[in-house]
Unconditional design. Structure first.
Length: 149
């Protein structure tokens, strides 16, 4: 990453900021008149969101082509980062506002059963994003061999 061009760092910063906005507004970590929380945010919600934003920004930046890089690496998709971001979204959100948890467990069950599970979702989300970043950086440094036939 130390040899990344400036354009990658700009994309990483913009993507991290967008991640914060797109997760914090609907989960009501940033108060708005549109969204509200019936259960207050946990003390770990913002740190988890900031780590997620940083990792998401770095993963997104790996998709920006470098002048010395072929297009085949940039175009290779990874669902791991998307899954990590989605798990974090579920982790920092209000447990009583999650429609799936409400349908499956009811309001009391969502707070009683889903809320204690949210830190595990946060850890899994961050782990998946870190794995996606590692995978993207490892592939970027490896030499690609063309496929025969």
């Amino acid at each position: 990453m130390k040899n990344w061009p400036r354009r990658r760092w700009i994309v990483a910063a913009a993507s991290a900021a967008a991640t914060i906005v797109f997760v914090a507004i609907p989960t009501a970590l940033i108060p708005t008149p549109i969204f509200g929380r019936s259960v207050p945010a946990t003390s770990w919600a913002w740190p988890v969101l900031l780590v997620t934003a940083a990792l998401s920004g770095l993963v997104t930046a790996t998709y920006v082509a470098r002048p010395d890089q072929g297009p085949e690496l940039v175009a290779s998709p990874s669902r791991t980062g998307v899954a990590g971001g989605f798990l974090t979204y579920l982790a920092v959100g209000c447990p009583a506002c999650n429609k799936i948890a409400l349908l499956a467990l009811g309001a009391t069950g969502a707070v009683r059963w889903f809320a204690p599970f949210q830190p595990l979702l946060a850890a899994a989300g961050i782990g998946l994003l870190a794995y996606a970043l590692r995978l993207r950086l490892t592939r970027e440094q490896s030499c690609s061999i063309p496929r025969a036939g």
